[in-house]
Structure formats: C-alpha cells, structure tokens
Design a protein around this ligand. Structure first.
Ligand SMILES: *[C@@H]1O[C@H](CO)[C@@H](O)[C@H](O)[C@H]1NC(C)=O
Length: 1000
C-alpha cells in the first residue's frame, strides 16, 4: 500500500485546486489572491480600505506564524460594477465573484458575521472560499475587534483552512463530534491545542457550569480562556484572538494535543497543524530553494471593477482537423449551432476561431443579438479540412481575438474543442506561460478518446474546467451542450445563471415516452424544453402538459423544430407554472433512436434564488492506483439542502456508465455532515482515459432546507460574565461543576429546517483522466477508513471481565464500495502509541458483532468486545483504554486512517459519591458503577467521531435512575442498557440477547 500513498501524495501536489489554483508563490509571497465584493453589498469605500488594512496586517502575522515562511505579496480586490468609479479602479471585464478566494457578501444565516471557510475536502485539500461580511470589514478596527479579537489573526486562521486544508482545533458547545470538553482520566479538559491553555468555565448566562450524573457537560457551558496572561503560544487554529498565540501547533515547542477531540485531529489522523502545513507543496517549494533567504515586503493591491454593462467575452475554438471527419464534425456543428442560436444570451461578445494545421479567425468578438446570431452561426465550420492539429496556434489566435476587442484578453473565456493530439508547433506547454499572463480562463472539451492529455493541466492552471464528450459507438452523449451552457453562463453572476433541471439520454424505444420534471416556485422564467437527436427526423413530436393541464404543442408560438442544423425540437415557455410538468415524446417510425431530453429554467426574481447545484471532483488527473472523490453542493443561497438524493453518473472509457450515490453524512469522502455538500468515492475504473461525471439531484420527499451550513467558522471571542475570582486553570474536576439530574440530550444546537418542495437538478462536473490503469492490476484500492468509532457502553461482566460496546460505520472494500473481508480492532493504554503504530496495539480477538460479519459498506455496526487481561487496570483508580479499527481486503489492502475511541473505567469514585450521596443515600456501590459508565459515555463522545451516539447513550441512561432505586443487580442493568441499544439499532435483538445470556 505504500506505493498507493506515494502516488497519492505526488498527485496531491498537482491536484485540481478549484479556485485556489490561481494562487501561487513568487519567492515567499503569495500572488493571485482575489477578494471580490458581491454586487448586493452597498457602496462603501471603507470596505476597500479595510480589506487593504486587513491583508497588510495579516501578511505580517502570516509571515511570523509560518516562521518567516510566506506572506501576502499581491491581492486583487474586485468591487461591484454598481459602485461609483474611482481613479484607482481598473476597469476589467469578467465574473470574479464565483471564483474569488475571499468573498465579501451578506451574511450566511448560520454564521452571521463570523468569518468561515467553505472546506469540503479532506486533510490538506484546499477550501473553496473565505466568507467575510460587510459588517466585519466596516467595523474592522471597532466592534470587530471587540467581538473577534485582532481580525488579521482571524484571517490567517481562515487562510490556513483555505490554502493548507487544516481544520479547527476548538470544540463547539453541545457538539457531539467535536465537543467543547473531553475527559482524561479524572479530569475534564477544554478541547484545545496546545494543552496548557488556562481559563475558567461558566455557563453562557454567567452562572456555574453543570454536568449531568452521566458526565455530560451542559451544552451551555463554555470555556473562557484567560486572554491577557496566557502563556500558550499556539494554536491560531484554536483561539486566534488570544494575544499570546503566535502560530500553529507542532510536534515540539508548540506541542500538539492529540488527545483533544478536534475536527483537525479527526480529519488529519492526529497530525499537528504545522506538520500538515509544512508538508504543503508551497512549503516544499520553499525548502527546495533553501539557499535563497526569506523576503518580506508590503502587500500590493490592485482594484478591479467590471464595467456596468459587463458582457461576457467568449471565444469558441473549434478543431476542424482531418480526424474530425464525419460524425464528429456533424455533432460539433449542430451543438455549436444550438449554442449560438438557442443559448448565448443577448449582449454576449462572442468570437470564433477554427484550427487545423493553422488557425483562423472566423469572427472577431461580436455582440450577439437578433441580427448577428444568424451570421455567427452561419460562420460555424461544417466540414473538416483534412489538416493537422495546431492547438498552440489556435490558442494564440483566441488571445488575439480577445485582445483585438479592447486591448486586453483579461477576463475572457476560451472554449477549446479538440479531438486530437497536437502535432504542430507551438505546443501547449510552450505557450502556456504566456497565456497565464493574460489571465484568461480556458475550458476544454476533449472530443473522443484521443484528445491531448495536456488539456487537463491547461484548464487547471487557468482556473477552467475540462469536459469529455464521447462520440464513438453507442455512448454518444450530450455533455457537449451542457459543457457549452455551463461555460457560456459561467461568466455571468451565479444568481443570473439558468438552472439545469434535466439532461437525460435515453432510447426512444416505444411509440410514446413520457418524462416528468418539477419546476420550482422560484423558477419559471424562460423555461426551455429540448429534445435532441442526431436522428431528430424520427422524433414525431414533443408535447408538454403543465401542472394545471395546459398543453403546449407544435401550435404553440414558441415551439420550434429544426431537423437540419440544430437537430432539435425546442419549446420555450416565458412564464411557466410551478409544479410537475409532463413531456410527451412521440416517435416517428418503428426503430429505436437515442434522444436527449433537457430542461432549463431561470429564476423569476434574482432576490429569491432557487436551489442550485454545483459539482466537481477533487482531482482531474489520476495516476492509478487511486480513487476519485466526487462532490455536489446543493444549496439555496447559503442555505444547505439536506436529505436530497444525489447520484453521480460516471461515463467510463469502456462499457456502460456507473451510478454512485453521494452522501452528506460526514463519513468516508464526506468531510462534514449536513452541510449540503454530498460526497462519494469513485473506484470503478475500467480503463485509461477520460471519465465524464454528471450529478443528478432529486427530492424523494426527505429533502429539507437548513438555515445555514456547517463550514469552518472561527469562534467569536467568549466573554466572561461571571464574577468568580479563582485563578484560571487548564483542567477541571467534576466537583467544579454543579451536578444536575437533567439528562442532556443531543439538542442539535437549534438548527431549523424547512421541508423542500420536489425538484430536479443536474450539474455537469466535467471530466477526469486516469492513467497507468492495468487490467490485471487486481485489487489495489484499499478499504476506506473507520473514522467514527464510538464507545456506546462499557460494563463489568464479572469481577475480572470488562466489556465494551463500540459503534462505527463500515467502510467498503475499495474505499466505500464493496464489502471488506475483515475488520481489526486494536487497543492500547497509550493513545499516542496506538496512533503512531496501529499494528502494535493489542489485537482484540474476543469480539461479538450483532450484525452480519463482515458488514456491508455504510452499515452502522455494533461490536461488543472483552477487554484483554493485559489492558485491564487496577480497579482502585481510573484507567482508560483507547480503541481504533481498520478494515482489510482480500488482497491485503488495509485502511490508512482511523479515529480513537476511549473508554474510562473506575473514574473518580470519591467525588461523585460525596456529591450525590444526599440524593441517593446509601446505594453507593450502584452509583459508583453508574458513574463509571457515564463517564465513559462522555469519553466516547469526546474522542470519537460519531454524530449518532448522542441519542443512544442518553436513551440508554434513562435506565439508570430505575436501576439505582430498585437495586437491580448490576449485570442485569447492563444487559438492559445493551438491549436498549440493540432495540434502537432495530437489529437482531433475539440473537444478541441469547448469546449474551448464554455467556452468563
Ligand atoms: C479581426 O480584427 C483584426 C484587428 O482589428 C483584423 O486585422 C482582422 O482582419 C479581423 N478578422 C476578422 C475575421 O474580422
């Protein structure tokens, strides 16, 4: 498996970095950072000024915290076109907001004014953007400081999320996966990095903190660090506002706390943030140039503004070389004609370049309108010219077309369609450095399987996207149309882009086929229904029925049929009803034909945005053995849509496409549960070449809108309300809390949901390319990781026998697909040792799975184990055991990462007994045992990643007061608790119970 990891590592350094790809180091300084202000933000020059102040200060802090490593050298600020012109603003066309690294936009309903980073990837993967609100910037040196501390530290905190893929090191009150407190033997500690941060605890209203009899710290309880006399130097991923914070946790002087249940520990396999950051390609590059000394200079700013009537500038670059002969040329011609005649919005400035052995401008940039539309489409090449493939020349011509227009190519988009390997100089790599200077985006459609492999790198470094269009044989797809549509609209503000509801390929193998589509209430402007086929003459008709029964057929004014160049039937409804529409497609003649059915619609009111879907892959060039991660974000504005059904269809080099389901469950490929970003692994490779990915999203009745989404938010500075004068400490004892009877259930931190109406969406994620795949490679993709291992309950089975029930989500044989061949549980008294060397942990052999073994992938599984004698502690004091799990496949592949679940036995008998004596007088023995278990419950919460154990543990402890007052024999109570767990799991209770009894 080492080979696998090495490959993966090499690939990470050249992976597709979404928007962050354009940030680069020049010496020690970052260039290419774009901060864009959304058009809805009211004009305020102070915002621009304060962005400069913020970045200038943050640059210095970043430089210091990265140990004279990196700083912000050049930052581009983009102001809305609606703001008044200023002499220092450069006028520049282009849509910068959706690709900006830092967004200044109105608040996200969940985060309000707290800065956060959208960070959907795994450890080390770049985030998508940092979100700052206008208020945060306007108040930069006033209220922002009161609320968040020095704002430049907040920015560096977010920058570390965005650029280096590290995660938060603080806990969240009430959070089950990343709680604010965790237990370590008899102590209750604040979740933090480093360990020696001192402070106080109090409830949000300033009162004392409480703890339940089962050890749960109240969700209202917060840790308030001592702001002004703390000595802790790290970490700014913890509480950047503590003035003493200088940098990131590392493995020596700012010793990383691997015991804390932080998101960072869970996501990054317990590595310190500095370890992750210093292994980022940026720092590897710096180290490689060891001889050059570190530089630092003031941050330079450039301010851009789009012209008011900004029209996107777009150049189509079409391959007409000999290899396009025949069907490919026909398909390209009809798709390009549909694009120009049906799709390009009025006002777009469009140019056309064709190329084979040389390149030729067919049209300089021309404003598209009723008159020019026809001229432009008539200029489209219909035939190949038998020539070679000069991609470099074609791109140079495209730059020239953009430059001819207004003197600069910047902000323009080039859409290159080619089917071949370039064979005429200059080559892509020769001209790419020059092209990068022009700041243009290049999207590319690889037409067929022979298109140059250099396309991926080119699109990636220009911030563009690659698509794949297979035309050979049966697997003809219409991805070309959606690639065109996405490219042409990507230059407009997201709020103005049309929404793709359907894009479906099927065989018209019956006389009539009916398709259904839901049109949302927010949509309905210019709804376009299209049936396309290269045998369109054999499609009899397209008839629509609206939800209220109105029919739209060939007599409708906006019905249009073109059997020749565009090869489609199209019905455009300017104002369409919301609800379920019916599309009746009739066939002409008897033979089956392949058709594509597509529906798009636009929002009726830009201020009331519909649900939108965005999809992408983590990498676009894979070196086998590897896997692809596919993501789809489903949101309405900044609100996450959860519970949707998300399928990704992957077209492969051979055979039929595969569907994989994407999940928003915080397990496997998915970084965060319920954030509206659905993720999944793709491992079903069957050849070298390109794989095209389309995501489809529907509401099967479970979809709900959440009034915000979990991303990474820096915490607002906690303020001490209480008047306790005691000295700040770094850890707490149970007696520092008030004991309550309240059984704290996992109240989901006040999240609000609203049922979503039915909807249909499709999003073209583009393509990725696989190389070095071998037919006979065998099973080289390892099982996924178990990162949500949780202790559900512990119990004394007999005097010398302790048992623990663990819960986890089963991984797959190849990441999350297929069934693993075995599971391995290791345990140790030393967490650090277990993390460092899983194989040296004690192999737990006495296990009982309450469901089929090995479990199917994705199965929520329970296993009860007996603590081996060697790990048992002395019952006179508290002892903790740490557990971890890995999965194996038949080929010997093994999971790479894991999380640690902790179980503590015999904790703190004296204190709790004393405190609870009055309430339960006498029954000391029972209480002690009950507290032991409860303590472990809490421990399990804190040290594991399961979001699901909250309900289970609290439910099982409804049994305790009963047990205590009735004095039922301990073992029976334990079994009862387990049964509760089992009932909750709705699993084979009978089998489980009989096995347990038999063992008695
Ligand atoms: C495009 O514009 C350039 C510069 O203005 C001009 O030299 C060239 O002839 C134009 N090409 C076409 C096809 O119009």
């Amino acid at each position: 498996m080492d080979v696998f990891h090495i490959n993966l590592f090499l690939l990470l350094s050249q992976s597709m970095l979404i928007s962050s790809s354009l940030i680069h180091l020049d010496g020690n300084g970052y260039k290419g950072i774009v901060v864009a202000i959304h058009g809805s933000v009211p004009e305020n020059g102070k915002i621009v000024q304060n962005i400069k102040t913020l970045f200038s200060k943050a640059s210095e802090y970043l430089y210091n915290s990265t140990r004279n490593g990196v700083y912000f050298k050049e930052v581009t600020i983009v102001v809305p076109s609606t703001w008044s012109k200023q002499p220092e603003y450069e006028i520049q066309q282009g849509n910068f907001f959706s690709t900006a690294h830092v967004r200044v936009d109105n608040e996200n309903p969940e985060y309000k004014d707290t800065p956060y980073t959208l960070q959907p990837g795994g450890c080390g993967d770049p985030g998508h953007y940092i979100h700052l609100t206008p208020w945060f910037l306007e108040e930069l040196e006033g209220k922002t400081v009161e609320m968040f501390g020095a704002p430049e530290r907040q920015l560096v905190h977010e920058w570390a999320h965005l650029r280096y893929g590290v995660f938060d090191e603080y806990g969240i009150p009430g959070d089950k996966r990343y709680p604010m407190f965790y237990h370590e033997n008899n102590k209750i500690r604040p979740t933090s990095c480093v360990r020696d941060i001192k402070g106080w605890i109090e409830s949000r209203d300033g009162g004392p903190c409480s703890i339940t009899t089962n050890g749960d710290v109240d969700t209202d309880c917060i840790f308030i660090p001592n702001m002004h006399s703390n000595e802790a130097k790290a970490s700014i991923m913890y509480m950047p506002f503590i003035p003493s914070m200088e940098g990131f946790c590392d493995d020596d002087t700012h010793k990383h706390n691997m015991f804390a249940p932080t998101k960072h520990n869970a996501m990054c396999n317990y590595r310190s943030t500095w370890d992750v950051i210093s292994n980022h390609p940026d720092f590897q590059t710096l180290r490689a140039k060891r001889d050059t000394s570190s530089e630092f200079s003031d941050t330079l700013f450039r301010i851009l503004q789009s012209p008011k009537s900004a029209n996107s500038r777009y150049v189509l670059v079409l391959d007409i070389s000999g290899s396009m002969n025949g069907q490919p040329m026909k398909l390209l011609h009809s798709a390009a004609t549909r694009l120009i005649e049906d799709r390009v919005p009025d006002g777009t400035r469009l140019g056309i370049v064709e190329f084979s052995s040389t390149a030729r401008i067919l049209n300089n940039l021309t404003e598209v309108n009723n008159v020019t539309r026809d001229q432009l489409s008539r200029n489209l090449p219909a035939k190949d010219d038998g020539g070679l493939t000069a991609i470099g020349k074609a791109l140079e011509k495209a730059i020239q077309v953009l430059t001819n227009d207004n003197g600069t190519a910047e902000g323009g988009l080039i859409m290159l369609i080619t089917d071949g390997e370039e064979n005429v100089e200059p080559f892509i790599q020769d001209i790419l450095p020059g092209i990068l200077k022009h700041n243009v985006v290049i999207n590319a459609v690889a037409f067929g399987s022979n298109a140059s492999e250099k396309l991926e790198n080119m699109t990636m470094v220009t911030g563009g996207r690659g698509y794949f269009f297979a035309y050979d044989g049966k697997r003809s797809s219409y991805a070309l149309d959606s690639a065109f549509l996405e490219s042409i609209t990507s230059q407009a503000d997201v709020e103005l882009q049309p929404v793709q509801l359907k894009d479906e390929m099927f065989d018209l193998d019956e006389a009539v086929i009916t398709k259904y589509v839901y049109i949302d209430e927010e949509l309905g402007k210019d709804t376009v229904f299209t049936v396309m086929s290269s045998h369109i003459e054999r499609v009899g008709d397209l008839i629509l029925r609206s939800p209220s029964g109105t029919l739209y057929d060939h007599t409708y004014q906006q019905y249009d049929r073109d059997d020749r160049s565009r090869q489609r039937i199209r019905i455009s409804v300017p104002e369409s009803e919301a609800g379920k529409w019916e599309a009746i497609i009739r066939r002409r003649g008897d033979s089956s034909i392949q058709v594509n059915f597509a529906v798009t619609s636009e929002p009726k009111d830009v201020r009331d945005q519909p649900i939108r879907v965005r999809s992408w892959m983590n990498e676009i060039q894979l070196q086998f053995p590897a896997y692809a991660k596919v993501y789809a974000e489903v949101k309405k504005g900044y609100m996450a849509v959860i519970g949707a059904t998300v399928l990704a269809t992957i077209e492969r080099p051979m055979g039929s496409p595969v569907d994989i389901e994407l999940h928003d469950n915080g397990v496997g490929a998915d970084a965060t549960e319920d954030d509206g970003i659905y993720s999944g692994y793709f491992t079903y490779f069957n050849g070298n070449g390109r794989y095209a990915v389309i995501a489809r999203v529907t509401n099967d009745g479970q979809a709900r809108l959440k009034t915000g989404s979990k991303a990474s938010a820096a915490p607002a500075m906690p303020i001490r309300k209480g008047r306790s004068k005691d000295t700040p400490v770094g850890e707490f004892l149970p007696e520092d809390f008030e004991i309550t009877e309240k059984n704290e259930t996992a109240n989901e931190t006040g999240e609000n949901y609203e049922a979503a109406k039915k909807f249909d969406r499709v999003s073209n994620a583009g393509a990725f390319r696989v190389q070095a795949w071998k037919e006979d490679a065998g099973d080289v993709i390892p099982p996924g990781d178990i990162t949500d291992l949780t202790v559900i309950s512990i119990f004394k089975f007999s005097k010398n026998e302790d048992k623990v029930t663990l819960q986890f989500t089963a991984p797959g044989n190849d990441m999350d697909a297929g069934q693993v061949s075995s599971l391995e549980i290791r345990a140790s008294k030393n967490q650090e040792e277990l993390i460092a060397n899983f194989e040296n942990g004690e192999n737990i052999s006495d296990v009982y799975y309450n469901s089929p073994y090995p479990p199917p992938p994705g199965e929520n599984t329970l296993v009860t184990i007996t603590v081996p004698e060697v790990l048992r502690g002395n019952d006179s004091e508290a002892w903790t055991i740490y557990f971890a799990m890995k999965a194996r496949d038949e080929a010997g592949g093994i999971s790479s990462g894991f999380n640690i679940a902790a179980a503590t036995f015999g904790i703190n008998k004296k204190n709790h007994s004393r405190r609870t004596e009055d309430k339960h007088g006498g029954e000391e023995e029972m209480l002690e045992e009950s507290l032991n278990t409860s303590e472990t419950e809490k421990n399990s919460d804190s040290s594991s990643d399961s979001g699901q154990n909250g309900n289970i543990s609290s439910s099982s402890f409804h049994w305790w007061p009963v047990a205590v007052t009735t004095g039922v024999v301990l073992i029976i109570v334990m079994i009862a608790a387990l049964i509760t767990v089992v009932i909750l799991k709705r699993n084979k209770m009978k089998t489980y119970f009989s096995v347990q009894s038999a063992q008695c």
